[in-house]
Design a protein around this ligand. Sequence first.
Ligand SMILES: Nc1ncnc2c1ncn2[C@@H]1O[C@H](COP(=O)(O)OP(=O)(O)O)[C@@H](O)[C@H]1O
Ligand SMILES: Cc1ncc(COP(=O)(O)O)c(N)n1
Length: 478
Amino acid sequence: MSPNILSIAGSDPSGGAGIQADLKTIGANGGYGMCVITALTAQNTHGVDAVLPIDAQFVAKQLTSVSQDVHIDAVKIGMLANSQIVAAVAAWLETLSAPVVLDPVMIATSGDRLLETDSTLDALLTRADVLTPNTAELAALLGEEQVSNWEELVAQSGRLAAKYSVLVVAKGGHLPGDRCPDALVGPEGLIASFDSQRLSTKNTHGTGCTLSSALATQYALLGDWAAALGAAKNYLHAAIAAADELKVGSGHGPVNHFAALLPPVSSDPMAQWWRDIGQLREGIDELQFIIELSAGTLERERFEYYLAQDALYLQRYAQVLTQASTLAPQIEAQRFWAKGAQGILEGELQLHRSELRNLSPEPSDTTLNYVNHLSSCAGNYAELIAAILPCYWIYQDIGNRLSAANHPGHRYESWLSTYSSVEFDEATAQAINMVTEAWQLADPATRSRMWDAFRRSAEHELSFFAQSHAQGVDFSTA
Ligand SMILES: Nc1ncnc2c1ncn2[C@@H]1O[C@H](COP(=O)(O)OP(=O)(O)O)[C@@H](O)[C@H]1O
Ligand SMILES: Cc1ncc(COP(=O)(O)O)c(N)n1
């Protein structure tokens, strides 16, 4: 069951910090988010322009309305704006036993004040379970100098923990260096530390809000502060790592709160598919058959075996292209696939016959598995053309390299000269476009079947090129 997490914080209308960041974070971590607003701010990714604190009695009213009705599993406190609001929240907390994470927000990263100068958080510091100050807030709470290295930060956090009998998260975000450690520190010293790489981005607006609300949510789920901090830090790290995918403002933008929940944003799904079969493509390049064909050392027998299987495959492939033409929703696509089928029947198969001394009558298991896979996709146009595509694309890719290795006197000179042509490059680009268009129109389930059909065909391509050397690559049961 989702824990109910209450954020008591200010509003950031640009959505990266404050209650907006908290609600996104709580939801992304599996909690049910609620919020009591303490202040409105007018701010963006460059800084805070104005603050309008909510009347303290109205803050109290919001708190009682929520807690009279809803069971609260954990509380996260952020910006409180002034001492009247601090007092209202402190009085309300006396009626509640839920765990409390207090992010002692005083000054925004941009340097703007979020807690009035004459206000103190003292009434809340002992009631909180965990404090999450940044280096400047930590120093201010102790009336000490701000530290600049990790050992001093852990020591200073320990002094704060002892002063208020609480746990303190030592946050390395503002320290120099390429690491970004955080640690849970108690009155007795270090409890658990979590190191991470410092991510290179200027988009870190709201990281403190995000960490503290993730911590409250994870504690409600896990019941252990150290484990909760580890989980919260992992979540934040992924959100910072994906921050640059968002395009929010021209200053310090927000982190990407839903990064881990969303499928990778790819404006070019085919480029993604091509990358995702990268290992298979490398596997094909490393096959003895391809290496020897390219070098001209391939035995004639193996070459003819491959050609004979290819001829059998192409007969069926031409039928599959005809089926795609029948299923195609637009006339242009109908024509394209029909033309492909015709090209095979009239052009490529003739070429095979001229190279072959005798046509092997029997298709191998590898060849049969491949064509059966193609036929199994024939119930749906989008899936079928996704299955058809690797034959075009991989052949074109290898063909360009093989024809580059060709030279006068190469053992397979005439064959390799057919491997690359402007027409085939164009046909491949058009086939990629057709599959992209079908993908754009497809629902998520069909998209996933399309990718599966494409990937399986790429696997069959590898098996197909491997078969003349019987290298035992067989994905037929995959
Ligand atoms: N560039 C970064 N790469 C990775 N983690 C970061 C980066 N900047 C901040 N963090 C993390 O964000 C959290 C908030 O840290 P910090 O910036 O110190 O606090 P605040 O946002 O309150 O000023 C910490 O967990 C810190 O480790
Ligand atoms: C309403 C509100 N609350 C908190 C912060 C701190 O944000 P940061 O984590 O960037 O210092 C903020 N800028 N606005």
